[in-house]
Design a protein around this ligand. Structure first.
Ligand SMILES: NC(=O)C1=CN([C@@H]2O[C@H](COP(=O)(O)OP(=O)(O)OC[C@H]3O[C@@H](n4cnc5c(N)ncnc54)[C@H](O)[C@@H]3O)[C@@H](O)[C@H]2O)[C@@H](O)CC1
Ligand SMILES: [K+]
Length: 495
């Protein structure tokens, strides 16, 4: 079953949101009504989520995000709540933000400059972060920084924080954030969910996300990407076993790698491949790694690279070749990489095979490979800095996918899976237990396995990445993130 489409949720970048906003304003002939709908949607969510809370502190910036906050404050006050607004605008308001501010000032709410907020006191009730939205840059300073620190401290002391559209200090495109960006319990976001909520610090800052469409118009947006929640892997039953089947029904994988000093990598990759359900797994590695490999995974067929050519490790043209775990950067690894690239079978190119790929710019892949770089490997392949890739995870995955005509898994706190046709899926939740050598080897084995028995490579890859993450989170819970070992997640694959 490859049907992941009903489990995908669209996420957008800020440019797409601006395009939808502009189209919506021109259809409606005005922009202010959408701000009023934003405030009403916020109010409805507050009533639903914080039924018993009477006290609201609303932090308003000078842009339209602050305008949403101002109208919400007025609505809350109208409905009998205790409302205090702190104004952190650094210059005069204009447009819709000014119009909303006039409504607030006329409403009777107590409005004060942010300098009157006593940073040593903790707020009770709900703090509404309406400082910066999609117009915000992530670097915070001055009064905005002070208010964010105060809100985060108050949250630790029991207040709850609701962010309007986006947490202040979070870049909604990259997921990068200021050290003191707002950490929200809930983010009520507008028009479309934002990709940055599911990348890096966005996964920490945004809290529960609720998306309100605000009657925005639909436009054809090629920029839309998708989120696949890794816990929904349970709905897919990866590698369901059919009563009438045999080992050939679930494909064959050949894993190539494991130079001297890297025997563990090939063992973990082969175990990942075998445990994720492939019918048969063979391994070609250094002679000395065969005995420990067989001791751990006796179902794997292991051969020494000195004994036979690479083609003999493949069962047929349908085999999946996983090349890279522990391959190393010595002539042995290079020779195996070059032999592997001569074959026309489907491939997963991982770890040091990505290094060999980066130093072979003329190499053409045949449209049937999956590449699994982390940010450093992606930077090398794209000839960019790690910072550039980090600031543009989604675009970097897309560029790599286009350049190599391959499915790309850009591995990060969450992972970005890109297809050459432009599709992008973000999946995975933070799992500090995975921040260890070996996690990638287990993942590449699992990806090869899913490719072996699912028919669609992009979907197979999404499923493998989500499954790996979900199992790792369960392993971390059971064993502790500090001591869990990457291969132990293979004990938690049952969903
Ligand atoms: N345009 C509209 O009518 C609508 C906009 N909406 C709201 O408007 C928001 C976007 O509004 P804006 O475009 O005015 O932008 P923001 O309100 O997010 O930001 C306002 C301004 O703050 C300044 N700024 C940015 N980063 C800063 C930083 N790190 N430190 C200090 N100052 C900084 C910039 O000059 C920026 O334009 C959305 O997030 C949403 O909340 C909603 O009301 C829906 C309708
Ligand atoms: K905000």
């Amino acid at each position: 079953m490859d049907g992941i489409s009903e489990l995908l949720f669209p996420v957008a970048n800020s440019a797409s949101i601006r395009a939808i906003e502009t189209a919506s304003f021109s259809v409606e002939g005005a922009s202010y009504p959408m701000m009023e709908r934003a405030a009403q949607a916020l109010f409805d969510q507050v009533c639903r989520r914080f039924q018993s809370v009477q006290k609201y502190t609303v932090l308003c910036g000078g842009g339209n995000n602050g305008g949403d906050g101002a109208l919400l404050a007025a609505l809350l006050f109208d409905h009998g709540m205790t409302v205090q607004v702190y104004d952190v605008a650094s210059k005069a308001r204009n447009g819709d933000a000014q119009k909303a501010w006039e409504v607030l000032l006329a409403s009777g709410v107590d409005v004060r400059p942010s300098s009157e907020l006593d940073g040593s006191a903790d707020a009770a009730g709900v703090i509404v972060d309406a400082i910066l939205g999609i117009g915000g840059r992530e670097e915070l300073q001055g009064e905005i920084l002070r208010l964010c620190c105060w809100a985060n401290r108050s949250r630790v002391s029991g207040a709850r924080v609701l962010s309007v559209d986006a947490p202040t200090g979070l870049n909604v495109d990259s997921g990068q954030a200021d050290l003191n960006a707002i950490i929200a319990d809930v983010t009520v976001t507008f028009i479309e969910d934002k990709q940055g909520f599911y990348l890096r610090k966005g996964l920490v800052c945004a809290g529960s996300v609720i998306c309100e469409k605000l009657n925005s118009v639909s436009i054809e947006s090629p920029k839309l990407s998708f989120r696949f929640e890794s816990s929904s892997i349970g709905k897919l039953s990866p590698c369901a076993r059919y009563p009438v089947s045999h080992k050939g029904s679930y494909g064959h994988i050949s894993v190539i790698g494991g130079d001297y000093g890297y025997g563990g990598a090939i063992i973990m990759a082969a175990s990942g491949a075998a445990r994720a359900g492939a019918g048969t797994v063979s391994v070609m590695t250094r002679e000395r790694h065969i005995a420990p490999l067989l001791a751990r995974s006796p179902s794997v067929m292991a051969v020494s690279s000195e004994d036979m050519p690479l083609t003999n490790a493949l069962r047929n043209d349908d085999s999946i070749l996983l090349v890279g775990p522990g391959l190393g950067r010595e002539p042995w690894g290079e020779a195996l990489f070059r032999q592997a690239m001569m074959l026309s079978c489907r491939k997963v190119i991982d770890a040091d095979a990505l290094y060999w790929l980066s130093v072979t710019p003329t190499l053409e892949l045949q449209g049937n490979a999956v590449l699994t770089p982390h940010v450093g490997e992606a930077a090398r392949l794209l000839e960019l800095s790690v910072d550039d890739v980090s600031a543009n995870l989604v675009n970097s995955a897309k560029s790599l996918s286009r350049r190599y005509s391959a499915v790309v898994v850009l591995k990060d706190v969450s992972s970005i899976i890109a297809a050459p046709d432009g599709r992008v899926v973000i999946t995975g939740n933070p799992c500090p237990g995975l921040a260890k050598g070996g996690s990638g080897d287990v993942l590449s084995g699992m990806i090869a396995s899913c490719l072996a028995y699912y028919s669609k490579p992009f979907e197979a890859t999404v499923i493998a990445v989500a499954w790996h993450n979900y199992a790792a989170i369960r392993a971390g819970r059971a064993l502790g993130d500090i001591c869990m070992q990457p291969y132990e997640l293979l004990e938690y694959l049952q969903v």
